[in-house]
Design a binder for this molecule. Sequence first.
Ligand SMILES: [Zn+2]
Length: 346
Amino acid sequence: MDAGEGFTQSSWERYSRQILFYGIGADGQKALLRSRVAIVGCGALGSFQAAALARAGVGRITIIDRDFVEPSNLQRQWLFEERDAAEAIPKAIAAERHLARINSSVSVHGVVADLTPANAAALLGETDLILDGTDNFEARYLINDYAVKLGVPWIYGAAVGSYGLAMPVFPGRTACLRCVYPEPPTGVQPTCETAGVLNVITSLVASIQVAAALQILSGHTADVDPRITRVELWTGRIRQTSVPARDPECPTCVRREFPFLAESRRAPAGLCGRNAVQIHERECALDLAALRARLEPLGEVRANEFALRFVIAPYEMTVFPDGRAIIKGTSDAGVARSLYARYIGV
Ligand SMILES: [Zn+2]
């Protein structure tokens, strides 16, 4: 039954509070229903983003994630339940199932995969917007290359401890990730696994990302004020600054070089005949003593100046000062990269 303005009665009722909201309106809601979004990473940020966008009626949502739900996720990964962790369901699949119960009228596609240069085009496909729900810079620089190359907006978000940050990127119009941070950080970075995380910093950062997403997808891109929002929740500090001007020498959005999309950059190697993967594509100096201090509360660590060995059952990671690592206990490159991102944090 047509309820007017081209909506069915059920759509009209379901989205009435958004249609009433001056920023979205009937035309904005129709645009949301037609829109396509890709969410990369379905942890704390991604699961919140996915639920909010499904409830808002975003028509097609693709969720890409390489991990399984674990008990330690439940404190902050908003979509998941104890049963998902007990059964070790892949996050992309668990998210797809839960979202189908939240809003059966939108199309949600969960993809269990590690986003790589080789599969980025196939997995991200034609999309109106990419949301960063990842936990590592490697993936963010890859998203930035892909988004700038295709001219698709994306929204960077990150959270660790009680600190979080969000920044929208409009390729060709505002600074891209490499204009602001020309190179990925080097050395050991704090991660949720090593420094912990307050659950509400993730929902706050994800909310800022989703607000910009709703503006973009409802046809109000011009309303997005490109700002970097930095929040330190435990001490109650919120700071917003304008995104800096584009770097006239930016290799990505000016010179249009896309090294993070080049397949040669990264290719973890399964070690023949061993249940192990070598991560050899990282080139960054690691301070093994600092890494040891971070990892000691989490598992058995032994280190000397040449290597650090960390046991987190059923895996064993051997990390070298040049950033190389051997992950034993898996032959899956995606699992190995996930462990590297979580515990080494680069
Ligand atoms: Zn740039």
